[in-house]
Design a protein around this ligand. Sequence first.
Ligand code: NAP
Length: 430
Amino acid sequence: MTEPLKIALAGLGTVGGGVIRLIEANGALIARRAGRPLEIVAVCARDRTKDRGVDLSAYAWEDDMTVLAQRDDIDVVVELVGGSDGPALSLARRTLAAGKGLVTANKAMVAHHGMELAASAEDQGVPLKFEAAVAGGIPVIKGLREGAAANELVRLYGILNGTCNYILTTMERTGRDFADVLKDAQDLGYAEADPTFDVEGIDAAHKLAILAAIGFGARIDFPAVEIEGITRLRAADFDQAAALGYVIRLIGIADCEGPGLFQRVQPYLVPRSLPLAAVDGATNAVVAEGNFAGRLLFQGAGAGDGPTASAVVADLIDIARGDTGAPFSVPAHELDALPPAHAGHRRNRAYLRFTVTDRPGVLAEISAAMRDGGVSIESLIQQGRPEEGGEVLIAMVTHEGPENAVAKGLALLEGSASLTEPPLVMRLLG
Ligand SMILES: NC(=O)c1ccc[n+]([C@@H]2O[C@H](COP(=O)([O-])OP(=O)(O)OC[C@H]3O[C@@H](n4cnc5c(N)ncnc54)[C@H](OP(=O)(O)O)[C@@H]3O)[C@@H](O)[C@H]2O)c1
């Protein structure tokens, strides 16, 4: 058997610990498949004294992780620290500049700096891999870069954040409100103490921007992702969705429209008949529609030590086998700089929910604004019972029409004394 692939691990938390356990447990099998063993040589974390439930005595310890990039006995650095900038980015830059391969699970860093890092890796002729950065253990990057490489992608969409999916499916099942379920998710370890990145849709947007770049041969454009999280959803929205035969999921969706790239993360109403409606709990799923392959569904655990380590080690196996292909499938300098596609003319059905004060004439005011905006209302689902403080929820579904008609109707209601909060808009996934 040939020389081992020599690895440095930066970050020994959930994923780093998982990588050590996986390589220890499956080392012989991995060596047979990769054609050479994977050998962890050096590690780094903040606190040397912390008990991590794994034996680190065989590995060199570095207090300063940038030293990992300089060691002569390392082929590949695995960055499992996190954060879009700061120490993770500086380690990534130094590793590639030193002519070493880089594996990372860091979606925030790849979404913000992926183009620079890919160009650097390509200039140096070294591998940059980030399978674990999107949808944890699901080999969706591999699926797009390799399995679906012969296809022009029509559309890419999916459930990209397990925390949100856990919260949404729990709200759906129990009828409880967002804040209540979020607290449970935090107690159970499904949500961080600061859940902002997850519940505001930012984490899903990082992943979508990476997938869109690979899927559509475009430069990553994270700032162009239209993002809305799940914090405004109420138990009543789930009742309304259920009455229509839908469930609510946070969906990331991307497609190419003419010369533009459309990218959006938003709660959608998903028909019960679609496979995504059955994706429950912290699971992730991605659908890629190829012009020859048809609809491909990738589904599995989107996070956790085992699944994420599985994706990290899959990248290491590829590197051990000699795969140094372009990280984004197309060389970084050849990726298209696609402008953001405007959503205004996109046609879809929409669910609109208004929270209003309980007084006569409110429904007529909303209906008139929608009519004047050019929105055709398919059904008024409920003029609900007064909630606390005399609030009433009015929900409606529109016929298919352009998004800018809904925007115009809602603009006519801006500043209305009848509304107690801005209207909520969710599209119906069709
Ligand atoms: N957790 C998941 O399920 C999951 C799934 C997909 C992707 N990811 C990504 O994987 C990466 C790691 O996530 P994680 O959940 O494993 O994080 P984590 O449990 O918080 O672990 C982070 C590790 O980085 C170390 N660290 C932080 N700052 C450091 C510094 N300045 N110098 C040296 N070490 C430093 C920490 O050291 P100490 O232990 O000493 O504090 C810790 O070992 C992130 O980019 C995350 O987005 C995670």
